[in-house]
Design a protein around this ligand. Structure first.
Ligand code: HEC
Length: 109
């Protein structure tokens, strides 16, 4: 293998890794959504379309203060106030934001 070919490969590998890392969180968030939210809010398409991207940004600001508050009186409040939500909030935000009602993107779930 020539020197040029191998450095080209190295660049391709690096770019490929970056791309898959960027979309991994959305995939993770989608999984978390289907596991945790689907029962009450419907499939991912419906769930993400509840809000625009700006609104999702707001709901998940300050550690998700608004979305936690929205569930305060619901039986899901234990999840929202526990470690489960804390560890998944970022991924959930990424998924819901990516497919927000004004995003033009539609998830396949
Ligand atoms: C056990 C049922 C239940 C689960 C699980 C649940 N929710 Fe909710 N959610 C509700 C109820 C009830 C409300 C408050 C009533 C309403 O506004 O529809 C609510 C409110 C909301 C709101 C604000 C309402 C609005 O449209 O402004 C959002 C956003 C939301 N939920 C997203 C989620 C997400 C994301 C998850 C998963 C991490 C989730 N919910 C899990 C029942 C649930």
């Amino acid at each position: 293998m020539s020197k040029t070919t191998s450095s080209l490969l190295a660049i391709l590998l690096a770019v490929g890794t970056m791309v898959s890392t960027a979309s991994a969180d959305i995939k993770k968030g989608q999984k978390a959504y289907l596991k945790t939210c689907k029962n009450c809010h419907g499939n991912g398409t419906k769930g993400a379309a509840m809000h625009t991207q700006d609104e999702w940004e707001e709901l998940f600001a300050n550690g998700g203060a608004k979305i936690v508050k929205a569930h305060a009186k619901d039986k899901s409040s234990a999840f929202f106030n526990g470690d489960g939500f804390k560890s998944q909030a970022q991924d959930l935000r990424d998924f819901l934001f990516e497919y927000g009602s004004d995003s033009g993107n539609v998830p396949t779930c």
